[in-house]
Ligand binder design. Structure first.
Ligand SMILES: *Cc1c(COP(=O)(O)O)cnc(C)c1O
Ligand SMILES: [Zn+2]
Length: 446
């Protein structure tokens, strides 16, 4: 029997059971992480783990039909299967973008499409784990009245959906008028208690932290390490999809910096367990209007102080005071990582450019693609490299961003790839004429 526990991520001698309601180290106040027994992972060789995970990849029902839970031994080995609440998360495509790769001088460029998921973002990967654990705690008699989060939109959508499936009340705290209509309607539809506050994400986070001092209100933000346990499965899926050969770089958008922490954990586990034999480098991509990690990177990580985040189209990463900045710095240091930023115009055009190869990229994926282009242009990412960009959400969640881009109505953005509909009378002659004009016009997609 493995016994996973919470331990201090700053290295203190502190540990707690996963059934306890605890988010910080009692000694230093640092964040926690889930520690698995190394002997538990070492019970199988790398080849055996690979074979096990590969064999489950075709499962069409049961917990192994989830891209998270088919790695259950590495996620929450002790959780009884009957407590798992899955909405079929994970198992997302790795979409090649060969034309964009060529334009950037890269060997390969792939989008890991985490937004093709139950609630449209990678947040599902972590929320299935957190909500399953809460369901278990309630079943064994722990008093958890509700699960609560502050959100820039996607966390609340995932929390509300998984809690709805598990019949657990959820409370979501959102910054008023700072998230998309699609994101707002998701927790409403799933029956969450939706509290809309006149502040930004950082303000909502402070309030939810104060509220969840009450242990019967369970905190679902990514400072809760259970989320990261599920999110680390993205590394396991990428490993499998690239036939257990790490890419040269993984580029990931970062806000609160939990996801890059989870990515680092997953990759390290793959390497330590012998499924891959070398680690990729990692680049964290931020919007220039909310880039505390980029600022910190440029000081050699001497100055990790928060900033005031300004409004950006990449609203889910409009965070000035990232809760996981210290662990993200450690990931960048361990993975030869960098942090780089993208302007509003760069992110919008990069998203639109990917769409011309069949994607439907949200603004955060745009940030990551634009940062990839910057790093390739500066040869920080060497020519010919194989790069995976983590697409964190589905473009469907940001219809306003998409529509206004193509209307050339995004402030401060010159839409290089705008594709406005042609308005015509309902007459076949006029339509034929317009088509002749348009199809014979040379088009360039640069
Ligand atoms: C939450 C989120 C992020 C940022 O993830 P962090 O773990 O906060 O760094 C990026 N993109 C989207 C679409 C998100 O919802
Ligand atoms: Zn500690």
């Amino acid at each position: 029997m493995n016994a996973s526990r919470f331990v201090c991520s700053e290295g203190c001698d502190f540990s707690a059971l996963l059934d306890e309601v605890v988010y910080r180290c009692a000694r230093c106040g640092g964040l926690l992480q889930v520690a698995h027994d190394p002997a538990w992972i070492a019970q199988r060789s790398g080849a055996e783990w690979r074979a096990l995970f590969e064999a489950r990849a075709g499962a069409v029902r049961g917990v192994h039909a989830s891209g998270v839970w088919r790695h259950k031994e590495w996620i929450l080995p002790d959780l009884p299967e009957e407590d798992v609440i899955s909405l079929g998360e994970g198992r997302t495509p790795l979409q090649p973008l060969p034309r964009m790769a060529r334009a950037m001088g890269l060997g390969e460029l792939h989008l890991k499409q985490c937004g093709i998921s139950a609630t449209g973002s990678f947040k599902d990967l972590g929320m299935t784990v957190l909500v399953s654990q809460v369901r278990h705690m309630r079943r064994i008699g722990r008093k958890v009245r509700a699960v609560a989060c502050a959100s820039t939109g996607d966390t609340s959508a995932a929390l509300a959906a998984y809690c709805a499936a598990a019949e657990i009340p959820s409370v979501v705290i959102l910054p008023r008028a700072k998230i998309s209509v699609s994101q707002l309607v998701q927790p409403i539809a799933n029956g969450a208690v939706v509290l809309s506050l006149d502040t930004d994400f950082d303000g909502c986070m402070q309030i939810v932290q104060a509220l969840t001092a009450d242990p019967t209100l369970y905190l679902a933000n990514s400072m809760n390490p259970l989320r990261l346990e599920g999110q680390k499965s993205v590394a396991l899926e990428i490993g499998h999809q690239l036939v257990w050969e790490a890419p040269d770089w993984i580029v990931i958008p970062g806000g609160n910096l939990g996801n890059v922490t989870a990515l680092g954990m997953g990759l390290k586990l793959l390497r330590d367990a012998g499924l891959i034999d070398r680690l990729p480098r990692i680049a964290v991509a931020q919007a220039a209007r909310a880039s505390p990690l980029v600022r910190a990177f440029r000081t050699g990580f001497v100055d990790l102080s928060p900033i005031a985040a300004e409004p950006t189209l990449a609203s889910a990463i409009q965070i000035g005071n990232p809760v996981s900045i210290r662990r993200a710095v450690r990931v960048l240091q361990a993975f030869g990582g960098v942090a780089e930023e993208a302007t509003e115009e760069e992110l919008a055009n990069a998203a639109a450019r990917a769409d011309l190869e069949g994607a439907f990229a949200d603004p955060h994926t745009g940030v990551a693609l634009a940062v990839t282009a910057r790093l390739a242009a500066r040869k920080v990412i060497a020519p010919g490299s194989r790069v995976v960009v983590v697409s964190t959400a589905h473009g469907f969640k940001f219809p306003d961003f998409k529509v206004r881009y193509h209307q050339r109505a995004l402030e401060g953005v010159d839409s290089h790839h705008a594709n406005a509909p042609v308005e015509l009378p309902a007459e076949v002659g006029a339509v034929r004429e317009a088509l002749a004009r348009i199809l014979d016009r040379p088009r360039s997609i640069g």
